[in-house]
Design a protein around this ligand. Structure first.
Ligand code: DX5
Ligand code: ZN
Length: 234
């Protein structure tokens, strides 16, 4: 059984390793390694070679991975038109689907399709998109994702200026009494910037390169990221 995102507290710091940085020839083993290493979720990056200039995985691969883990699958769709594919990603075993506000699909309809499939929904935005565009949807989604790199590739440099968006989201969620919506950050996260992200108000940390390529191994990498729980506790 997986744990739906809406049963997890937004005061708990959750680590969602991105499989994009793993060895694709050993995906099952890599998945088991992050589960044993203390991951809270698994981040799966879907790129369609149109919304972003890269091509990664689809529902068939997610369905294969599903058999190897009980962790919640946190699927990040970087697709121009995600709506027609929600059913396939749900059937494959996704627990949560985040899509981009810049996508062409109708936003309310796409959120509804994700919820109707029994999954939690998330909305994200590229670094150049103003954070206020997310505000009308904050009561309709279980998570918002602030990209801290330009989507499309792993291993890029963390954009610290994007944390201003996290701060604004936290203020808006507090102002409206929304205590359940999670704030996720994705791109270039490691032990050197995770505390700044948590201090800004993020509680779900996506990390690919810093987890899979850590010199002291995956459990150590995940433990370092979990340290930021102290910052979240204030
Ligand atoms: C980028 C992806 C990220 C990325 C994170 O488009 O959404 O999830 O793989 O990888 P790192 O941590 O290496 O930046
Ligand atoms: Zn991602």
């Amino acid at each position: 059984m997986t744990t739906p995102l809406n049963t997890l507290s937004s005061k708990k710091l959750l680590v969602s390793p991105s499989m994009l940085a793993s060895d694709f020839a050993a995906l099952g083993t890599e998945l088991k390694a992050i589960e044993a290493g203390g991951a809270d979720m698994v981040h799966l990056d879907v790129m369609d070679a149109h919304f972003v200039p890269n091509l990664t995985i689809g529902p068939a691969l997610i369905a294969s991975l599903r058999k190897h883990s009980t962790l919640p699958f946190d699927v990040h769709l970087m697709m121009t038109d995600p709506l027609p594919y929600i059913g396939a990603f749900a059937k494959a075993g996704s627990d949560h689907i985040t899509f981009h506000i810049e996508a062409n699909s109708d936003i309310a309809e796409t959120i509804k399709a994700i919820h109707d499939a029994g999954l939690s929904a998330g909305l994200t935005l590229k670094p150049g998109t103003p954070v206020e565009t997310l505000f009308p949807y904050l009561n309709d989604v279980e998570m918002v994702l602030v990209m801290t790199v330009e989507p499309g590739f792993g291993g890029q440099k963390f954009m610290a200026d994007q944390l201003e968006k996290v701060r604004k989201l936290r203020v808006e969620l507090d102002r409206t009494g929304n205590t359940s919506c999670h704030i996720q950050v994705d791109g270039g996260l490691d032990s050197s910037n995770v505390e700044a992200a948590a201090a800004a108000g993020a509680n779900v940390i996506v990390a690919g390169t810093s987890v899979f390529k850590h010199k002291n191994g995956i459990p150590c990498a995940i433990a370092e990221l979990h340290q930021a729980q102290q910052v979240l506790n204030g």
